[in-house]
Design a protein around this ligand. Structure first.
Ligand code: CA
Length: 520
């Protein structure tokens, strides 16, 4: 077995070419290493660390060395505007590095790329990046989705692998204790939640159970799908939704209206966590550990892990269930992993080595580069077994796997790479795998809206109105659910107010951009 440690020793200690070295990818430049500057921002790893083992291996293989020049490290990404303060700071400094990698980079490069701040990638890919070209040739819809209004690609995205994200989860041992089957419909789901509330399944003599809880409050709004509404068109909360080629927003739909009306009723009856809008990220951990939470909608891999609580809570079992059938009999899982993230990296306009840089980007789409980006270093984080990268047990035992991988420079969303779902399946437990199988059999997923790129005029219209429209939508949504206002009484006023605030103008520019982006 070849290890990096051994390769590094051979490199340092001998000028001779060895068979082991000949196995690696070919260097992109000969002789003196080519240094390229990089700005990289991401909440999980605020700077580019030249000492990451993954960066060291990439240097050894490509002979290209990235030098960190990040400004604005630790600045927050604004999820609402889709822009990052750090990127704006970098732009304001007048100095754009050779490579710029960031979360939420898409809107930024698609706005400033056509103005000349970033180099268009289409011709470079066509002529110098066979692996990227093969990827985009196979998936033209991805190329369409990331292109700017001028038709050019300005960034190489982080491309998630695997389909499934969140699922419905329920305390199956509580169902058993109350003599209930796994709910198959919205009516049965409501009945199960009511039984959790009123029949003391945790057996402490108190009506302290919290039937439905969530870590992120939009996962409550997600339940409008049970009344044929929608809560988002993509994996981003509150996103727009194309229906048969027409852009709309989920929060003006009839199913949404019906869903919110019923969720208000559920809330009033105590079927939903009274603190649903304020409890926040610790809700799952707290309510499951305290033997209080009954059902939620959350990620497969991390939620399945709570079954280890069975060592402390007698009989504890929290299993994925298929999406309950809606009032019209539809079973959909609205959330899925999106195939393209707005994260990735781009080439700054002052870069003197665009050909070498696109070859470097291409390296991460080779077999070796993709494995490096996903799994880290052979012999350190993983071993090759029967042609597959398999994490070492001691690596998996170090704690949260994503965190461990970020620490060595793997699985970076601000690096354009193609994820390999094989990395995650290895630490998904039996409950997650059983749940994924259930969702696979049912084929519950729906299509995702992959976003649009505005031209400058469209961007102005969107920026002028959307924030206000969205704030108003969310403010009314919360008031209706909490019962301080009545959706039925207010609906016509709500629609009129949205029109006044400019929703139709926003939908208009969304439609124009959508038609341009996806018509061919
Ligand atoms: Ca109880």
């Amino acid at each position: 077995m070849r290890t990096l440690g051994l390769t590094a020793v051979l490199l340092a200690g001998s000028a001779l070419t060895t068979p082991a070295l000949a196995e690696g990818p070919k260097p992109i430049v000969e002789g003196k290493p080519l240094e390229l500057s990089i700005q990289m921002n991401h909440a999980r790893y605020p700077i580019y660390d030249e000492n990451w083992p993954v960066e060291q291996q990439a240097r050894e293989w490509t002979n290209i060395h990235l030098k960190d020049v990040t400004v604005g490290a630790n600045m927050r990404t604004d999820e609402n505007s889709g822009k990052t303060e750090a990127l704006n700071l970098m732009l304001a400094s007048g100095n754009i590095p050779d490579i710029v990698g960031s979360s939420r980079i898409k809107d930024f490069v698609n706005q400033y790329g056509p103005e000349g701040a970033f180099i268009p990638l289409n011709d470079l890919i066509e002529e110098h990046a066979p692996n990227l070209k093969a990827y985009f040739d196979e998936r033209p819809e991805v190329a369409s989705a990331i292109s700017a209004a001028d038709g050019n690609m300005y960034y190489i995205p982080y491309l998630p692998d695997g389909k499934y994200g969140r699922a419905y989860w329920i305390r199956t041992d509580w169902l058993d204790a109350l003599g209930l089957d796994v709910p198959e419909t919205v009516e049965e789901f409501e009945a199960a939640l009511r039984a959790f509330k009123t029949q003391d399944p945790n057996g402490n003599g108190l009506a302290d159970e919290i039937p439905y809880f969530v870590r992120q409050w939009p996962e409550l709004v997600r339940l409008v799908t049970l009344w044929d509404g929608r809560s988002s068109g993509s994996d981003t909360y509150h996103d727009f939704l194309p229906v048969d080629g027409k852009m709309t927003h989920p929060y003006i739909g009839e199913g949404y209206r019906e869903g919110i009306k019923n969720l208000a009723r559920w809330y009033a009856e105590g079927l939903i966590d009274a603190e649903v809008f304020t409890r926040g990220g610790s809700a799952r951990d707290f309510l499951l550990s305290e033997n209080l939470g009954g059902a939620t909608h959350d990620w497969f891999a991390s939620t399945s892990g709570y079954n280890s609580l069975s060592s402390e809570i007698e009989g504890f079992e929290f299993k994925a269930m298929a999406p309950p059938a809606s009032i019209s009999g539809k079973r959909i899982e609205e959330h899925r992993r999106i195939p393209i993230k707005p994260d990735g990296w781009a080439i700054g306009y002052t870069n003197d080595h665009p050909v070498e840089t696109i070859k470097y980007f291409d390296f991460w789409f080779t077999e070796e580069g993709r494995r490096l980006a996903n799994f880290g270093i052979e012999g350190e984080q993983y071993d090759m077994i029967d042609g597959k990268a398999i994490f070492k047990q001691e690596f998996l035992d170090q704690g949260p796997v994503n965190r461990s991988l970020w620490q060595v420079g793997a699985q970076l969303g601000a690096r354009g790479y193609f994820q390999d779902y094989g990395y995650e399946i290895q630490w998904s437990n039996e409950f997650a795998l059983e749940g994924i199988d259930l969702y696979d059999q049912g084929d519950y997923l729906v299509d995702q809206f992959l976003g649009v790129s505005f031209n400058a005029d469209e961007q102005k219209v969107y920026d002028k109105h959307w924030g206000t429209v969205r704030d108003y939508m969310l403010e009314r949504q919360q008031a209706w659910i909490l019962g301080s206002a009545d959706i039925e009484a207010e609906w016509d006023d709500y629609m009129a107010q949205l029109d006044k605030l400019g929703l139709s103008e926003v939908l208009g520019v969304m439609q124009t951009a959508y038609d341009r982006q996806y018509s061919n």
